[in-house]
Write a protein that binds this ligand. Structure first.
Ligand SMILES: Nc1ncnc2c1ncn2[C@@H]1O[C@H](COP(=O)(O)OP(=O)(O)OP(=O)(O)O)[C@@H](O)[C@H]1O
Length: 680
């Protein structure tokens, strides 16, 4: 794959990406975490690179979000989706889903989203996801008790390259091997020529060692599982909780992991534990055994009346004999019993097997001495024997476990990926539930011209209200429309709703409405309300911007909120009318929210649709609003409604004052009626 062909990826970034294990997979899967593992690539940049790769694969020209407000809407709906993820991975992965004008890309995400909507966001699954994280690569492994040996300089370099976990030593001959065997628990000779040589210690001749590194250093495959033990365990838990099809045998993986300690050693083997404890406790047990013998002997001596004939005493003294001889002569049985107790103690305390016991027993000789002392040579031999047995067993167990787990490695990787991906799917499922979403329907390309959007029962996800408090909105526009309406009637919220629906639909995701039908747009231009009148410079820049926009093509959706505030009302109406004419001629879809809809309609050189968000009345001084814009209807303004209300009230009062008869001459209702006429 030519990494530099990804938009935004230059030579340096391509080089960094090439260092990844499988850059193509990471890019294809939008695996932001894996991409960010490349040197010097931040999470944000990784998401941009992933989006670039997707754009390249789909021939997507990009630029769907054409204005700041459009980009803001995207970030806001994306944040709502990200809030619903459990893992950081899923949040980053969602960043690769962006609104695209390209059919194949939209279809791709729609297929994924359709599956996501089938998911059940079970609290047990969400809890299991808490412990999940992407896998880590194991750090460097060093094994100190094993080494490789060769006589050949070339093999030496090969070995260092192939098995960096072990030291590689150059030897001259079998003598050299023997020396190495004294320093290492195991020596692996790489040369065929050593076959058949016998040297003391664990020396194995394995000319094929470099081809089977996992057998020589089972620590290597085990390090992957040990480093990721908890993460793999979490992925297993997620699969179980969600009852998902698993990429590997969950019980076998769990079993393997349960035999592995976090430091890569084998756990849960009684014999290995016995040997490890025996090596660790050897010195302490030998001292305790000495004490056992000496205590017994001291006791025996204390209780013994030693009778010795004078001639014997004389001969003992003349021979310079010490108390040892006396012991052997007078307390032979007691001495033997004390030594036997010491030996038994050593064997029992260390839980030694028969062969080991034989060596251990030699630690206390038959020759009487007082105090009784261990024979350091025998203890040394016992230590060597136990250590070698321990290493042999640990090595064998590691090899067995590595062999058991080796086949699980790819499956285990997939297991974690699938579990992480589930989090992405669940976030989409939860978003869809929380905002009452459905999948939108795109009209076929042949029908796109002349079609805009039609939303039924839409609820803007950007409103700061609980779903139940939001009135569903129906709104459909094809071509160009002005949207009028009472203050605070929900005009801006309607534009936000349209923008959110269109952005989510082009992301390939479900939209917050009962049903939505729309065409595929090339870009979205959303201009938020300008705060206050612009000065001459800013006004000029804005008009320039709209000159560009007026060139906007047939596939554009243009949403503009109260553009009139940029300058004085009369001029605004003229400018807006001009923009609308151009957009209409180009075949764009547009909604312009304006309080000057009537004036603009009069200025426009075509019959522009004016829709209206109507107040149905005033209830306790509050406007009651029908949030769904009424098609082809210029909404009455709030002042008009208020004057109407005052007129009604004044008329009622005048009638009451006239004893219930109409009073057409009362000046107050007459004034209000005059005002009302002006609004017509
Ligand atoms: N569909 C809806 N359901 C419930 N409340 C809504 C809805 N739409 C808008 N509102 C409420 O009305 C308030 C005003 O809405 P919005 O700002 O969209 O009105 P507007 O017509 O653009 O106002 P203005 O004329 O002042 O620009 C919102 O903050 C929200 O609380």
């Amino acid at each position: 794959m030519d990494l530099e062909s990804i938009p935004g990826v230059g030579e340096k970034t391509a080089r960094a990406l090439a260092e990844l294990d499988d850059p193509e997979r990471a890019l294809r899967a939008g695996d932001v975490a894996a991409i960010a593992a490349a040197p010097g690539i931040s999470q944000g940049r990784a998401a941009r690179i992933a989006r670039g790769a997707i754009r390249r694969d789909h021939d997507d020209p990009g630029g769907f979000l054409a204005t700041d407000r459009a980009r803001e809407i995207y970030r806001e709906v994306l944040a709502l989706l990200e809030e619903r993820t459990v893992t950081d991975y899923a949040a980053q992965r969602l960043e690769t889903i962006y609104p695209s004008p390209t059919r194949s890309r939209i279809e791709e995400v729609r297929a994924f989203a359709a599956e996501a909507l089938e998911r059940e966001p079970d609290p047990a699954v969400l809890e299991a996801l808490e412990g999940l994280e992407p896998l880590r690569e194991p750090g460097d492994v060093r094994v100190r008790e094993r080494c490789l040996a060769t006589t050949d300089a070339e093999r030496y370099s090969e070995a260092r390259e192939a098995i960096p976990e072990l030291s590689v030593e150059v030897v001259e001959d079998a003598q050299g091997l023997a020396e190495l065997a004294r320093g290492y628990s195991t020596v692996i000779a790489l040369d065929e020529s050593f076959a058949g040589v016998t040297v003391e210690g664990d020396v194995q001749v394995r000319p094929d060692a470099l081809e089977n590194p996992a057998e020589v250093v089972p620590e290597r495959p085990l390090a992957f599982f040990a480093r990721n033990r908890d993460r793999l365990g979490a992925a297993v838990a997620v699969h179980r909780a969600a009852d998902m099809d698993a990429a590997c045998d969950l019980s076998a993986l769990e079993n393997g992991l349960s035999r592995l300690a976090e430091d890569g050693t084998v756990a849960g083997d009684d014999e290995l534990d016995r040997l490890t404890t025996a090596v660790d406790d050897l010195d302490a047990a030998a001292s305790a055994a000495e004490s056992v013998a000496n205590d017994r002997l001291r006791e025996a001596i204390r209780e013994q009346d030693v009778t010795i004939e004078g001639s014997d005493l004389l001969s003992l003294v003349e021979r310079g004999a010490g108390v040892d001889s006396l012991l052997s002569r007078e307390l032979a049985d007691e001495y033997a019993a004390a030594v036997e107790a010491a030996r038994d103690h050593l064997v029992d305390a260390l839980d030694l097997d028969q062969g080991e016991s034989e060596i251990a027993r030699r630690a206390f000789g038959d020759e009487p001495t007082f105090p009784v002392e261990r024979d350091e040579d025998a203890i040394g031999r016992l230590r060597e024997e136990l250590t070698a047995a321990k290493e042999r067993r640990a090595g064998r167990l590691k090899r067995e476990l590595a062999a058991d787990l080796a086949d699980q490695r790819e499956g285990a990787r997939q297991l974690v990926r699938d579990a992480l991906e589930l989090d992405v799917e669940l976030a989409i499922a939860r978003f869809a539930r929380d905002f009452g979403c459905t999948m939108p329907e795109f009209v076929p390309a042949a029908e796109a011209r002349g079609t805009g959007f039609a939303i039924e029962g839409g609820r803007s996800p950007l409103l700061d209200e609980p779903l139940e408090a939001i009135d569903p909105v129906d709104y459909a526009v094809s071509g160009v429309a002005l949207l009028s309406g009472v203050n605070s009637g929900g005009k801006t919220s309607t534009l936000d709703l349209v923008a959110s629906v269109v952005v989510l639909a082009h992301m390939g995701l479900p939209v917050p409405a009962e049903s939505v039908r729309l065409r595929r747009f090339d870009d979205l231009h959303y201009h938020a309300k300008t705060q206050g009148t612009l000065d001459a410079g800013a006004f000029e820049a804005t008009v320039r911007e709209f000159a560009d926009l007026a060139q906007g093509g047939e596939g554009s959706l243009v949403l503009v909120d109260e553009l009139e505030s940029i300058t004085e009302p009369g001029a605004s109406a003229k400018i807006i009318a001009g923009i609308l004419e151009a957009l209409s001629e180009n075949g764009a879809t547009a909604v312009f929210v304006s309080h000057l809809a009537g004036e603009i309609r009069e200025m426009a050189g075509f019959d522009v649709t004016v829709d209206g968000i109507e107040a149905v009345g005033l209830v306790d001084g509050e406007l009651e609003v029908n949030r769904s814009p009424v098609k082809d209807h210029l909404a009455r303004s709030t002042p008009e409604l208020i004057v109407e209300k005052l007129a009604d009230e004044a008329r009622d009062e005048a009638v009451a004052a006239n004893g219930g008869a109409p009073n057409d001459g009362d000046p107050e209702p007459v004034f209000y009626d005059r005002l009302l006429e002006k609004f017509d």
